[in-house]
Design a protein around this ligand. Structure first.
Ligand code: NAD
Ligand code: UD1
Length: 338
């Protein structure tokens, strides 16, 4: 298939381009490079042996999308492009609503105009809010999002649902990711956060490499086995392969479908710290701090629907994730910028 990948130079996008190319698909990437580096695609080409066509386009720019999509015949779009920093979204809500929502609407208009009515969207487990059911299946009601970033995921899901209602020719797969970590086993592509990382694994790897003195563990009084927050960490390569499997649903003309992509295992913050230390033989100093605002105590997936319908399941375990995250960080202490 010929696939348009928005946000394809970013963390999950670049890993997905590898898996798409390995599966024989033809990929065109658009990205405005606001949170990524084009070098990632050069690394992708080294891994797969195939160049990646790249266009520096902001998805809010309808005319550029119109021209690109008009010139190509895309079978499907995989839509990663978006801003994703939770804290920043609280201080700059308009930037998040403009970029994520207006960008998605412009993209959908351009796809619609050229009759490409197949899309796979990067949603998030954050749409469940503080989940009513654990493990979280797709039947779990959506909950209140505590920040504008999460709201954009919720609104975009609603926009896409309305679009499908208005025109059932659209096939739309909403993928709700749990917590992606890890990196490609080659150590050539990985997560390259700007500034101080918000998320757990990039913070741990920066402590391991000596950029940060210690990890702050946010909360040790949750109702969990060791008091720290529990999440479903998923290897980014497994997540990337989930997108290749989701193309099956598109081919089968699925209409609107929602899938959780997680491993089904919940690990606490301290479980991850200890797994990282054991996998890599590196000590991670940490101190216990108060809970972080907006955090939920426990969040892990029931991904049986993805297994049943898409034939997908996660293959890598926490040790693999810790090993590959460290391998990437060690090989690229400053990310893509040398
Ligand atoms: P990322 O920041 O590495 O990738 C997103 C890419 O989108 C970046 O390359 C950025 O430059 C690009 N982009 C942003 N706004 C754009 C615009 N207006 N036009 C064109 N390109 C634009 O993030 P990621 O971790 O790879 O996440 C990919 C998607 O998955 C995002 O939509 C994110 O919200 C979603 N998601 C991520 C996680 C996670 O933990 N990483 C969890 C759930 C959902
Ligand atoms: C966060 C976002 C979520 C987003 C996801 C991916 C919040 C409230 N949620 O999820 O919307 O989809 O990232 O970008 O920000 N932790 C520490 N110390 C740290 C960092 C994290 O103890 O320095 C803990 C957290 O309290 C949490 C766990 O580690 O219990 C995972 O945190 P994180 O990696 O930020 O992911 P989420 O909070 O699950």
């Amino acid at each position: 298939m010929k696939i348009l990948v928005t946000g394809g130079t970013g963390y999950i996008g670049s890993h997905t381009v590898v898996e798409l190319q390995n599966a024989g698909h033809d990929v065109v990437v658009v990205d405005n490079l606001s949170n990524s580096n084009e070098i990632s695609l050069k690394r992708v080409a080294k891994i797969t042996g195939k160049d990646v066509e790249f266009h520096r386009i902001d998805i809010r720019d309808f005319d550029s999308l119109d021209e690109l999509i008009g010139k190509n015949h895309f079978d499907c779009c995989i839509h990663f492009a978006g801003l994703k920093a939770v804290g920043e979204s609280v201080s700059k809500p308009l930037d998040y609503y403009d970029n994520n929502i207006c960008g998605t609407v412009a993209l959908l208009r351009a796809l619609n105009k050229h009759n490409c009515k197949n899309i796979i969207f990067s949603s998030s487990a954050c749409v469940y809010g503080n989940p009513e059911i654990i493990p979280i299946s797709e039947q779990c009601p959506k909950g209140a999002c505590t920040n504008p970033y999460g709201q954009t995921k919720h609104f975009i899901e609603e926009i896409m649902t309305d679009l499908h209602k208005s025109d059932p020719d659209w096939n739309i797969v909403l993928l709700r990711y749990f917590n992606p970590i890890g990196a490609h086993q080659s150590g050539m592509i990985g997560e390259d956060p700007n500034g101080v990382p918000n998320n757990l694994m990039p913070y741990i790897t920066q402590v391991a490499i000596g950029k940060r003195a210690e990890l702050s563990v946010f909360g040790n009084d949750y109702d969990t086995h060791d008091g720290t927050g529990v999440r479903d960490y998923i290897h980014v390569v497994d997540l990337a392969r989930g997108h290749v499997c989701a193309l099956r649903a598109i081919t089968d003309k699925c209409g609107l479908e929602i899938f959780n992509l997680g491993t089904g295992h919940g690990y606490s913050v301290l479980d991850v710290v200890h797994a990282f230390e054991n996998a890599n033989g590196v000590k991670i100093p940490y101190s216990l701090k108060p809970r972080r605002a907006g955090d939920v105590p426990v969040c892990y997936a029931d991904s049986s629907k993805a297994q049943r319908v898409l034939g997908w399941h996660a293959e890598f375990n926490l040790e693999d994730m810790c090993r590959d995250s460290w391998n990437w960080q060690k090989n690229n202490p400053n990310g893509y910028s040398k």
